[in-house]
Design a protein around this ligand. Structure first.
Ligand code: SF4
Length: 419
């Protein structure tokens, strides 16, 4: 039916991003998308976003070839449509979805912390990492690794450990939480003075627990007996393998873990193509059941790192983000949100590359979570729409969260997307 004016609408489940030079429409149900740079479309989309995604357009608009093409794409991808205003004299109502992932004000009384408030805080917690000890050892690849991903550390002048009563205090608070992951690391956790007590406590807790080892620390199999008793249902030994390893030694560790039926994941740290080939050979020769390759950034190997880690438009669209993911990406950093990391000196971090947010020797777990929630410009909330150059990119709400690699390299766009 011919008309002079039309209502043009975009469905509420379509994410619209408009940058200085381009626009993006992304259907969060079927994951199709449209991008372009045509100024008239950009202006129209800007108007749409200020008007609950429904605007009046003229007959001339639908005659413009570029606009016509755009309207057809919108319709074809089930993102919206237009219809004569005569069908509906009043502007059609469209309800925009709610965007509040985390409330701005944390409604908890920290002076007199009631049980209900404790639950409110604990429900934000998702992951706890305990570095139960640290030891000074010879320089190794691990010195480059621990701020890129979870990895054992060599720090300090002397051996240092997190007091058992503090480890237990942290874990005790998790009974009432929905936490999905606990990570236990050291230096060498086999040297922890209360290791048996700790593993028994974690078995009782029954949450998914990952124990991290450097493979060399597992070579003296007699010292590993404590781990024969860890829960088969909820525990995994993560065995880190740096590039200068001996296949014979990896075999000793692998055989020991297999015989004792311990859930294991070998993690090969990869800095270049040669490391990758070697690791592949070892995994095949020894028939290692569970393993993964972890790219490690070191100076001088940027090209390999780029190949392994950089993403492009196809990778981003392959993530198939739904509306909830998009809202989360706009408000919180899903890699860091709900994560607390404790070092042997008691310092607590939301990210190992940031300043501590407190210390468990003088603050409770609840106070630490509260601190994280009240600092909405820090790691838990570090999103791409807050940092250069990502905030200028139309994919910023669809792109994976900012990672430690980016923090270490000090470059937030590890991608091939041109802005
Ligand atoms: S510039 Fe930033 S937001 Fe855009 S694709 Fe690259 S990493 Fe993602």
């Amino acid at each position: 039916m011919k008309s002079d004016t039309y209502w043009f609408y975009i469905e509420p489940f379509v994410h619209i991003e408009i940058t200085k030079s381009a626009y993006l429409l992304y259907n969060s149900l079927n994951f199709t998308y449209i991008t372009g740079v045509y100024p008239e479309i950009k202006n129209m989309l800007t108007e749409l976003t200020h008007n609950n995604s429904v605007i009046k357009i003229s007959n001339n608009s639908i005659k413009d070839i570029k606009l016509k093409e755009f309207f057809e794409k919108v319709k074809m991808n089930y993102m919206g449509d237009y219809f004569p205003t005569s069908f509906s004299g009043a502007k059609p109502v469209q309800i925009a979805p709610n965007h509040e992932v985390i409330p701005k004000k944390i409604d908890v009384n920290m002076e007199v912390l009631h049980q209900a408030d404790r639950y409110k805080l604990l429900e934000k917690l998702n992951k706890i990492t305990l570095y139960i000890n640290s030891e000074p050892t010879d320089k190794s690849l691990y010195d480059f690794s621990f701020n890129q991903f979870l990895c054992n550390i060599n720090i300090g002048e002397t051996y240092n450990e997190l007091k058992y009563n503090k480890s237990e205090e942290i874990l005790k608070s998790l009974y009432d939480s929905e936490i999905s992951e606990i990570n236990i690391l050291g230096g060498n956790i086999l040297k922890y003075s209360n290791l048996k007590l700790l593993t028994e406590y974690l078995n009782k807790l029954g949450k998914q627990t990952n124990y991290y080892f450097k493979y060399k620390d597992l070579l003296d199999t007699k010292k590993n007996e404590t781990f024969q008793n860890i829960s088969k249902e909820s525990s995994i030994l993560k065995v880190l393998v740096e590039n200068s390893y001996s296949q014979k030694e990896i075999k000793i560790v692998n055989d020991y873990l297999l015989i004792n039926n311990i859930n294991t994941n070998f993690i090969f740290l990869i800095t270049n193509k040669k490391d990758f080939n070697e690791a592949e050979k070892t995994i095949n020769n020894l028939k290692i059941k569970n393993s993964q390759y972890l790219p490690l950034y070191i100076k001088g190997e940027f090209e390999f790192f780029k190949e392994a880690v950089f993403i492009d438009e196809v990778d981003i669209m392959g993530l198939e983000n739904n509306q909830i993911n998009i809202f989360q990406n706009q408000v919180i950093n899903m890699l860091d949100f709900g994560s607390l990391l404790f070092m042997p000196d008691g310092n607590c971090y939301t990210n190992i590359n940031s300043e501590p947010i407190g210390n468990i020797y003088n603050k409770s777990v609840y106070q630490l979570i509260y601190n994280c929630l009240t600092k909405q410009d820090k790691d838990w909330f570090l999103t791409r729409n807050k940092i250069e150059p990502c905030k200028k990119c139309m994919f910023n709400a669809l792109c994976p969260p900012i990672s430690n690699y980016e923090r270490v390299i000090k470059q937030y766009n590890l991608c091939s997307v041109k802005i």
